[in-house]
Design a protein around this ligand. Sequence first.
Ligand SMILES: Cc1ncc(COP(=O)(O)O)c(C=O)c1O
Length: 385
Amino acid sequence: MNEITLSWQRNFLNNYGTPSLKLVSGKGVWVKDSNSNRYLDFLGGIAVSALGHSHKNIVKAIKKQSKTILHTSNLYQNQPSLDLAEKLRSLTKREAKIFFCNSGAEANEAALKLTRLANKNTTISLSNSFHGRTMGALSLTGQKSKQIGFEPLLENINFVEPNDLNDLAEKSKSGIGSIFFEPIQGEGGVVDLNYSFLQELENTAKNHKAFLVADEVQTGIGRCGYWFLSEAMNIEPDVIVLAKGLAGGLPIGAIMVFGELQNTFNPGTHGSTFGGNPLSCAVALAVLQTIEEQNLLENVRLRGEQLVRNLQIHPQVEKISGAGLLRGIHLSEPKAKNVVEKSQNNGLLVNAVNDFIIRLAPPLIVNEYEIDLACQKLVTAIEQA
Ligand SMILES: Cc1ncc(COP(=O)(O)O)c(C=O)c1O
């Protein structure tokens, strides 16, 4: 074991294992490691680095805001959070109110507390889902492997098989208070939900006067070619949960709340010291403005189609799931982890969500040349693995 590995292990708890690469800098879609090797970053910090690395608009926003004011607490108003909330509200067709926090798990906690305060009946979540690692978000997460050892978790949560209308009908028979879903299950393997199933989630929530929560932590803010994938699919959730790419790499989470739920929280019911901090909000605003000015939603749709065209013809690729620039490459053999290693050796960063599926989530700014190059590197890796 070399000294770098030893010093990592001496310092950190083992929940991430020991990463094999140390990244030291990045520019656009490219990152460099501590040995000056360059990689195309097709994971984007797990769907976070929406504008790639060192984007000039993000650098400018950080510089400007850090010279102005970094923290105010929520005892005082701050302009960047107000500007960001206004901007987010302008991106949906319906009237929204916002709560800011710092991560996806926290945003789901807020959504869970909000919906539980308004309706105490059972919560429906989906098997194979991922909503975060805090106890509430973990209770919503439909993966036993993530929950094991942490019981007792929250009660009154029932899991429905994705795309199974009968299971949904069965599990909601005795009354429900809320339904949580990801429009595409990201961590679960980039699993697509059928349009008819999504519609039935919405109908079921309406019929039971329950609240529908779309966890768009991974699918939102342009990742799938639309500001919000649920809206693009004509679904109207009561809450949209956001995080990851919203501030392009700074910590942020948010819930956008529609309709009667807007009246549920009162002063003192919920809060977060850093939620709505001026720095993350100023940067998030710069991210949203850049996506708009550079027409990146269209870029995401076009580059996503290009990626599918390039890879779907390969005999070892069974199918490609996802939308826009959130894609799951399903291999015909269980060698995804090997493919990740070979890709890394070829200068491409991707990840394996399980033994068969490679996840791609490159920055939204990725260009035509970079897509072709990444696909070539991935095909080489698939053939080497
Ligand atoms: C859909 C979804 N929800 C919630 C989370 C949790 O976000 P965080 O890691 O920021 O707490 C994730 C993270 O991968 C996610 O993909």
